[in-house]
Ligand binder design. Structure first.
Ligand SMILES: [Zn+2]
Length: 336
C-alpha cells in the first residue's frame, strides 16, 4: 500500500499521516455524471477508506463525451451509473470500500445516506438537491463541496458548517427556471467539469487530511476563455439555513411528484417556479427534442419520453409510473 500511494505521500500537504487520515475517511458523492466521475476516480485512486456514490440515471451515449469512468460496454449492458462506477472503481483500487446506490436523493432518504460521511461532494445537475445537501450539511455539521459546470463555465465553493458562508447565503432561492441552463439544453465541453471536479477533489483531500488552507471563495472559471475568478462570499443576513431552518430537508420546499398510475403518468409540481414562458422554453428545447406549444401547454418528445408542461411550471411525464425518472427529466429539461 505504501508503494501505491508513494507519489502522494511524498507531497508535503499529505504525507504519511495525511494518507492514514484519507484511509480512515468516508466520502459521499451525490450525482455521478461528469463531475461525479472525476471526483470518484480521484478519491478512489487517492485511497480514501470508503466511497458511497449515489445516482438515479442510466448511462447513454451522449454521456461518454465527458463522464470519464464509463464505456460503451456499460451502455450495452444497460448499467445504471452508480453500479458501473462501483464495478470500474473496484478494479482500480480494491482496498477502497465502494458502494454504488441507484436512488433519487430526496428529503426522505438523504439523512440515511450521509449517516457516516465525513464530507459530501456535489456531482449534481440541479439546484433543488443542492439546497437539500446544504440543509443536511448544516444540520449534521458535515462539510460539502459545491460544484457545477455547463457550457465552458464552472463554479465551485467549499461549505464548512459554522466556518464559511452556506450555499443559500449565495443563492437565496432556486433561480427562475427560465434562467436555468442545463447541460441537456445548453451543452457542455468536458474540460469545464474536469477542472471543477478536480478542484472539488482537492478540497475534499484538504479537509480530510485536516489542512488549514481551505478555499473560502466562490471560484468561477471559463475554460474556453481561460478566465479564473474568485468572489468573496460573506454570510447573508436572514439566511434561513444559517438560522437553523431546514426547509428543503423538512420537505416544505421543493419539487413534488405524484404518480397518476391509472393514466400511466407522473405529475411534477414545482412550487419554486412562478410562471413559465412556454415560448421561451420551446426555443430552449428545440435543439434537443421535438417540441410543440400553444399558450396553454407545451409538448416535448425526447429520449422516447413524452412530457407536457403547463405555464404554472407543472409537468406531466407520460408512459411511466416512475417518479424518480419524472423528476430527473424535469430537472434536465425544465430546470429545478
Ligand atoms: Zn447561509
Amino acid at each position: 500500500m505504501i508503494d501505491r500511494y508513494s507519489r502522494q505521500t511524498l507531497f508535503d500537504g499529505i504525507g504519511e499521516e495525511g494518507q492514514r487520515r484519507l484511509g480512515n475517511s468516508c466520502v459521499l458523492i451525490i450525482g455521478c455524471g461528469a463531475l461525479g466521475t472525476v471526483i470518484a476516480t480521484s478519491l478512489v485512486r487517492a485511497g480514501v477508506g470508503k466511497v458511497r456514490i449515489i445516482d438515479r440515471d442510466f448511462i447513454e451515449y451522449h454521456n461518454l463525451q465527458r463522464q470519464v469512468i464509463f464505456d460503451e460496454d456499460d451502455i450495452r449492458n444497460g448499467l445504471p451509473k452508480a453500479i458501473a462506477a462501483e464495478r470500474h472503481l473496484k478494479k482500480v483500487n480494491s482496498s477502497v470500500e465502494i458502494e454504488g446506490i441507484v436512488a433519487d436523493v430526496n428529503y426522505t432518504n438523504i439523512e440515511g445516506f450521509v449517516r457516516d460521511a465525513d464530507i459530501i461532494l456535489d456531482g449534481l445537475d440541479n439546484f433543488e438537491t443542492r439546497f437539500l445537501i446544504n440543509d443536511v450539511s448544516l444540520k449534521h455539521k458535515i462539510p460539502w463541496i459545491y460544484g457545477g459546470a455547463i457550457s465552458s463555465l464552472g463554479m465551485t465553493m467549499t461549505i464548512i458548517p459554522g466556518v464559511t458562508s452556506c450555499f443559500r447565503c449565495i443563492f437565496p432561492a432556486i433561480p427562475p427556471s427560465r434562467t436555468i441552463l442545463t447541460c441537456d439544453t445548453a451543452g457542455v465541453i468536458s474540460p469545464a467539469p474536469f477542472v471543477i471536479g478536480s478542484l472539488q477533489s482537492t478540497e475534499a483531500m484538504k479537509i480530510l487530511v485536516g489542512a488549514e488552507e481551505i478555499n473560502r471563495d466562490l471560484i468561477i472559471i471559463d475554460v474556453w476563455k481561460g478566465n479564473f475568478h474568485r468572489l468573496k462570499i460573506g454570510p447573508r443576513e436572514n439566511c434561513p439555513v444559517c438560522q437553523g431552518k431546514y426547509e428543503f430537508l423538512d420537505g416544505k420546499s421543493g419539487m413534488r411528484t405524484t404518480s397518476l398510475c391509472g393514466q400511466n403518468a407522473v405529475q411534477v409540481v414545482n412550487p419554486g417556479v412562478e410562471e413559465l414562458s412556454l415560448e421561451q422554453l420551446a426555443a430552449r428545447l428545440k435543439p434537443v427534442g421535438e417540441v410543440a406549444h400553444n399558450e396553454f401547454m407545451l409538448r416535448l418528445n425526447i429520449d422516447g419520453q413524452e412530457m407536457v408542461v403547463f405555464p404554472d411550471g407543472r409537468a406531466i411525464v407520460k408512459n411511466t409510473c416512475d417518479e424518480s425518472l419524472a423528476r430527473g427529466l424535469y430537472a434536465k429539461y425544465i430546470g429545478a
